[in-house]
Ligand binder design. Structure first.
Ligand code: SF4
Length: 703
């Protein structure tokens, strides 16, 4: 019936899911999205994956929050989360916006005034627009009076960014994904683009078809292995061993680019000395790849006319995530494989706006445009722009905030569009911490597992219900346009943030979203040349774009790196083992990640009818040999336990993981796998070790 309907309007926007940033068109009738079509954007050229094409009807789901909610007096913050809308009103009562905002903002102000700004914290969202991220962090910094503001970048690429800022002076990609079509050699490590960046994967396959050699390095064999020139299934947790061995080959066989090293880098001598011990022969037993294969791929990478490296969470989500990224940076620098088309470093960004939210300062140690909060010059500039005094001390990160709640240091939080009760490691602990807050305000479109623990819930707008800019993994700032109205009394997120700000004493009165963007571009040099008019006309502009009229730079570092003296820096890395290794009691390894059809904690895609119909149940991917050994029948329930909790889900036979390693997506609320994961952090990026912890598996259990 819906398919036969004729749309009464078409609205050009971008996909709300992954960082590829596909442009699309919403076809709308009577305030309802009928269907979605791909548009000819720079990143997708009309292509869409299953999420972009079919994952839109969550916006119309009956579970949408349509009225502000206040927790009923005496209702404890315990018990199992429910998606049953009837039970929502057992826990919460409906309220007017005025009452909800007065309670939400009033209690935050009381905590600030009684205990100081550092007793508060805020989580913004990489699903929101740049303007929402910017206003949210400005609210926390100038209204709360703290730098305790973070978002899910802490859980995905914080370690990559940490290494990139240290090594090359910029946390963003050097080259767009599309540059794979200009590369001779494509190295993909710790990423599964077919599942997580599906349209990007199609460009990689196209590149292979026209002659590029794909080198895939991953403990899990993804679908791209079928297209790979070489696939190296190295042992989990041995990235540094493998990458240092590759560098050893490049150094000892004199395949380095001496001119590039001399003119554009510092610190090579330390790197050279460090990799001397990492011969392929010595590393082969550690990483499980034979020495000759290591030599072959190292030579191929170093000697091609253009080699590009792309990586994902398999690199970043380790206690040695920053070291892993340091090795990738060093590989590119020592061979001069950066600063030209078809080369460079591309950490594949997960969320559709994780790049933009980070750029906008939604991180505890950086003001917008990566200006450090402890840099007095940068701080003074923002103090003048914002008319406020800023805290010079970097704030706490996502996991640190949960620990600070336990210590009574953080007493109140404002969470916009994030779901830490599902996405944080050791989620049982995260839920207990959130429940222990004196005051929790959650702004979202559904009653998420986090909202279930809130004191006040503010019903917000879904992606197609608002206009704003979103920055994709290629540094493309793109315009998302409002296609439909929010349901019931749900409001635009920008309006809600401003209302909270007003109740904290900030006299904000932004009108159109373009006013916020205009303020951003006047405080952020990287996007200074991007005007709202230009975005409306072109739909997308790549940064750096400093002056109006600049075309923007898809490929950066062509002559200088944005570091002192313009030179990049080598940082050596040594092997650091995972925080929790398998033992007799917990003999297997847990690897978590995503599925093609579902997005992150599932709050949107599990309410998208087509996507949920394809993947309706919580599954664990288990190697057939492990199944046979443990007496597990495919499709039968299994119980997975770690030292932190247990879940029950269905076993699916899958030989992509190595024997002894179980893969579980983190999108299923019924079997929230992050109850099991380890909250140990990388010391630099403060990212948790989602990709490795010790578990045991037993057949049976009740899903
Ligand atoms: Fe959306 Fe990413 Fe799929 Fe493109 S590849 S349609 S941005 S989920």
């Amino acid at each position: 019936e819906v398919a036969l309907s004729v749309p009464d309007k078409q609205v050009d926007s971008v996909c709300p899911y992954c960082g590829v940033g596909c442009q699309l068109t919403y076809n709308v009738k009577d305030n309802k999205i009928l269907f979605v079509e791909g548009r000819d954007g720079p990143a997708n050229q009309s292509r869409l994956c299953v999420k972009g094409r079919y994952g839109f009807d969550y916006a119309h789901h009956p579970h949408r929050l349509t009225k502000p909610l206040i927790r009923r007096a005496g209702m404890p913050k315990t018990g199992d989360f429910t998606m049953d809308p009837d039970r929502v009103l057992e826990v919460f009562r409906e309220a007017t916006w005025e009452e909800a905002l007065a309670l939400a903002g009033g209690k935050l102000a009381t905590i600030r005034d009684t205990h100081g700004g550092n007793a508060l914290a805020g989580f913004g969202s990489a699903k929101g627009s740049n303007e929402e991220a910017y206003l949210f962090q400005k609210l926390v910094r100038t209204g709360f009076g703290t730098n305790n503001v973070d978002h899910c970048t802490r859980l995905c690429h914080a370690s990559s960014v940490s290494a990139l800022l240290e090594g090359i002076g910029s946390g963003a990609v050097s080259n767009p994904v599309m540059d794979v079509t200009r590369a001779e050699v494509i190295v993909i490590i710790g990423a599964n683009p077919t599942v997580n960046h599906p349209v990007a994967a199609t460009w990689i396959k196209n590149a292979v078809r026209t002659g590029a050699k794909l080198i895939l390095l991953d403990p899990r064999r993804s679908e791209l292995a079928r297209h790979a020139h070489r696939y190296l299934q190295f042992k989990p947790d041995t990235d540094v061993a493998l990458l240092n061995a590759m560098m050893h080959v490049i150094v000892t066989e004199k395949l380095v680019d001496e001119a590039f090293i001399a003119s554009r880098t510092i610190g090579y001598e330390q790197l050279e000395a460090n990799v001397a011990e990492y011969s392929p022969e010595a590393m082969a037993p550690i990483c499980g790849i034979d020495a000759e294969t290591i030599r072959y791929v190292a030579r191929l990478y170093a000697t091609s006319k253009g080699s590009m490296i792309l990586w994902g969470m398999g690199v970043s989500q380790h206690v040695h995530g920053t070291d892993n990224a340091r090795c990738l940076i060093a590989l590119a620098l020592m061979t001069g494989q950066i600063g030209r088309p078809g080369t460079g470093l591309h950490p594949l960004r997960g969320q559709n706006n994780v790049q933009g939210a980070s750029d906008a300062g939604l991180i505890p140690m950086m003001l917008p445009d990566y200006q450090r909060v402890d840099n007095p010059v940068a701080r003074a500039r923002f103090e003048a722009a914002w008319g406020a005094t800023l805290d010079p001390k970097p704030g706490l990160t996502v996991v640190e905030i949960m620990d600070a709640i336990d210590h009574g240091q953080i007493k109140g939080m404002y969470i916009m569009g994030e779901n830490p009760a599902m996405s944080d490691p050791d989620a049982n602990h995260a839920r207990a911490s959130l429940a222990a807050l004196e005051h929790l305000v959650v702004q979202d479109i559904f009653l998420t597992e986090t909202a279930y623990l809130a004191d006040v819930i503010l019903p917000a707008s879904a992606f197609p219900e608002k206009t704003g800019t979103f920055t994709n993994t290629d540094r493309l700032v793109q315009l998302g346009r409002q296609a439909i109205e929010p349901p019931g009394d749900a409001k635009q997120d920008l309006w809600i943030i401003q209302q909270i700000a007003n109740r904290l004493g900030l006299p904000w009165n932004y009108g159109h979203v373009s006013e916020v963007f205009d303020e951003m571009r006047h405080t952020m040099a990287s996007i200074g040349g991007i005007t709202w008019d230009r975005l409306e006309k072109n739909g997308a502009v790549v940064y750096p774009c400093v002056n109006e009229g600049d075309v923007g730079q898809p490929v950066v570092f062509t002559e200088l790196f944005p570091r002192e003296g313009g030179k990049a820096r080598f940082v050596p890395a040594d092997i650091i083992p995972a925080d929790e290794r398998p033992d007799a009691e917990y003999p297997l390894i847990l690897i978590t990640g995503r599925q093609l059809e579902h997005w992150h904690t599932g709050s949107m895609t599990r309410r998208a009818s087509v996507l949920d119909a394809i993947e309706p149940d919580p599954v664990a991917l288990v190697h057939p040999l492990d199944m046979e050994r443990m007496g597990i029948t495919p499709g039968a329930p299994i119980t997975i336990a770690s030292r932190r909790g247990e879940v029950v889900l269905y076993a699916r036979a899958d030989d992509s993981s190595p024997v002894g390693a179980i893969f579980v997506p983190f999108c299923y609320y019924e079997a929230a796998i992050n109850r099991l994961t380890n909250a140990a952090l990388d010391p630099f990026g403060k990212i948790p070790e989602f990709k490795y912890c010790a578990i045991k598996v037993t057949p049976g259990g009740e899903v």
